[in-house]
Design a protein. Structure first.
Length: 668
């Protein structure tokens, strides 16, 4: 019989809990730019491709601030042979005099080595600017393998170089520069931060430069790219010149192309806030908007030339001005009753537009500035735009009537959808019509639920046995679905597999897609780990990208990763997803006894339900790939999908020829 142990005293418990290795030496103090290199995600949102290109945007934004402030008329951007990015403006040049608070350092060195330093806090040097936190230049410096700055100021040229945020020497006065002014920054992203294979993409930088020129009609932007940075098939020009006197209106007209619009010309313009609110109110607002049933609606917004993909208060002010203006016009024309239910959602649900606000000291959400939070922006934008919109409507009654009728139609459609949903909820006997081969999950809520789109009935049978019945649904699809890029709309409506898929998901396509109607939190494409499986997955992703893109944007679409091989050595078994992983496992060994036996799965249907569950379906052990498209790459992605999956086989053949060298070693 074991001896009774006395209960521990409070002192015993305290001694057991107090870590002996946690003392004053454990407290780290990160100085200078160390915090940026230690936690880059806090400053640029991560270390992925989007964050990498955010560095380029920060330096371009600084040059744009000089242009918007009226001190620069020309900006040069260039992707160099070694992958470095250069930005040059003909503005005032960063001050190079000694900084009064940092003895022995120039103001330029302070800007590039000290967080929260710059000339944009007081508003004296820049009334409206995109950089407000004073971290842009210093963060780029901290995350660059090398950064070089040249400043032409007061007819003299100065230069300083840095490596991973640290100066390689003092500021150097190079000599006279009588015919030059402005700042030149050249930086090479650090592979220690972004990975050895990370590189700035010419197409993305070219689009960014073009969009900046649209946002400020007074600037000329020159693009240059070294030929070594252009990969096969990339149509990005080596040189280009951007200057758009029409600003956002030019951009919108080019974007819409030849599509039919409700009005012959877009509603567009630009106004200084001082015209409405007095000389003391700095800033301006520019807009361009067209209503069209031919395209999915969008509203691209910017503040001080910085894109705000998540919107913000300037969008709220824009929406309010349009909504109130249309309601007021309806009152004047006797259509008040018809327009009583119109909301801001209805006004923009069938519109394509772009807005750009320039305001003093804007407040953004986070350093990456995805959303504008300045409350004052809503008041300024609404007040400045309202009179212009009222006058635009009154100037052409036929045009105004067409817009009003179009918006009222959108409102009626929205109310019909809401009524249908309410009727469905109230009807206790009404059941959702679902395809018979769908094995639905038992959980009533959408949160955490999943649907697996499985290739064939055989694989569907294994998946139905392997699933968690509470949260996982399975829909078997028969063979390869229709390629929607090469099919007419009527043919899509007749395709049973697509109709079953839409019924299972509970949503419509195109403008009829509603996020709230989606029945599952995750939509998981699960096909065989072979060429046919990859083709089926490509067809499904093409369908979702072209007809249900919001589902991708909201993060609902995933790819399952089933294994291709099972390797067994004695009592030990592991799985490999491809030949490379199989080779690594065989070289390393499994730790069992005897020869390694390799089994190849011909398809998901050959896997036992237990194997399928533990490798592909169990959230605790599986690996999923989320399908996402960066908003800045949307045009490039759309072009690639059209090229590979569209109706022109010659484009696919050309692509295969251009990229054949990437697959010449594949064992088929």
């Amino acid at each position: 019989m074991a001896a009774h142990k006395p209960d521990p005293t409070p002192e015993d418990l305290f001694a057991a809990q107090a870590p002996s290795d946690y003392d004053a030496d454990s407290i780290e103090v990160l100085e200078g730019l160390e915090p940026v290199r230690k936690r880059p995600g806090m400053y640029v949102g991560g270390t992925d491709e989007r964050a990498l290109h955010h560095l380029a945007a920060e330096i371009v934004d600084n040059a744009m601030d000089e242009a918007v402030a009226g001190h620069a008329t020309r900006i040069e951007v260039a992707l160099l042979e070694n992958g470095a990015f250069l930005v040059r403006d003909n503005g005032r040049g960063i001050p190079v005099e000694p900084h009064p608070k940092f003895p022995g350092k120039s103001a330029l060195e302070v800007v590039f080595t000290t967080l929260h330093s710059g000339g944009k806090f007081s508003g004296k040097s820049y009334e409206t600017s995109g950089g407000l936190h004073g971290v842009g230049s210093s963060v780029v410096n901290a995350l660059s393998e090398r950064l070089d700055v040249e400043v032409a100021r007061n007819r003299r040229l100065y230069r300083q170089s840095y490596a991973r945020g640290l100066p390689l020497g003092p500021l150097e006065e190079v000599g006279p520069a009588p015919n030059r002014r402005g700042t030149t920054v050249t930086f090479l992203p650090d592979p220690e931060i972004f990975g050895a294979r990370a590189r700035l993409k010419p197409a993305r930088l070219h689009r960014m430069a073009r969009s900046k020129a649209y946002l400020f009609r007074g600037v000329e932007i020159r693009w240059r790219c070294d030929a070594s940075q252009i990969v096969d098939g990339d149509p990005t020009p080596l040189e280009d010149l951007f200057h758009f006197p029409g600003g956002l209106r030019d951009h919108l007209v080019e974007t819409l192309g030849a599509v039919d619009t409700v009005t012959p010309e877009p509603f567009s313009g630009r106004i200084q806030f001082s015209e409405k609110f007095g000389a003391d109110t700095a800033g301006a607002f520019e807009w361009a908007l067209a209503w069209t049933p031919a395209l999915d609606p969008f509203l691209s917004s910017y503040c001080n030339t910085v894109p705000t993909p998540e919107g913000g208060t300037h969008e709220s002010g824009f929406r309010a001005a349009l909504t109130k203006g249309l309601r007021a016009y309806a009152d004047l024309t006797g259509a008040a009753k018809r327009a009583a239910g119109v909301t801001g959602e209805d006004v923009l649900s069938g519109a394509c537009g772009m807005i750009s606000a320039f305001i003093r000291e804007p407040e953004f959400v986070g350093q990456t500035k995805d959303r504008l939070a300045s409350a004052e922006a809503a008041r300024l934008v609404e007040g400045a735009l309202r009179d212009h919109f009222d006058n635009w409507l009154a100037a052409d009654p036929r045009r105004a009537g067409a817009v009003l009728d179009f918006v009222i139609e959108r409102a009626n459609e929205r109310m019909r959808r809401r009524q249908e949903k309410e009727t469905a909820r109230k009807s206790a006997t009404k059941r959702l019509r679902l395809p018979g081969k769908l094995a639905d999950c038992s959980e009533a809520t959408k949160d955490g639920s999943e649907i697996f789109l499985v290739e064939g009935d055989s694989a569907g049978g294994s998946a139905k046995q392997a699933r968690n019945r509470k949260t996982q649904a399975v829909l078997p699809l028969r063979g390869k679905i229709l390629n929607v890029l090469g099919a007419a709309q009527a043919k899509m409506g007749q395709n049973q597999e697509l109709q079953d898929l839409l019924q299972a998901l509970g949503v419509g396509i195109g403008q009829k897609y509603r996020e709230a109607d989606l029945r599952y939190d995750r939509v998981i494409i699960m096909t065989d780990a072979d060429v046919d499986g990859a083709h089926i997955a490509s067809l499904l992703m093409t369908f979702f990208f072209t007809h249900m893109r919001p589902m991708i944007d909201e993060g609902h679409l995933y790819l399952a990763q089933p294994p291709l091989y099972r390797l067994t050595q004695g009592a030990v078994s592991v799985y490999a997803h491809d030949d490379a992983e199989r080779a690594r496992i065989e070289a390393k060994g499994l730790g069992g006894k005897g020869k390694i036996e390799v089994g190849r799965f011909k398809g998901l249907g050959e896997m036992m339900p237990k194997q399928l569950r533990e490798t592909t379906m169990d959230p605790a052990t599986r690996a999923l790939v989320q399908v996402r498209v960066d908003p800045e790459d949307m045009g490039e992605t759309g072009d690639l999908v059209e090229r590979l999956m569209g109706r022109k086989p010659e484009l696919r053949f050309q692509y295969i020829q251009e990229h054949a060298r990437f697959v010449e070693d594949v064992d088929v």
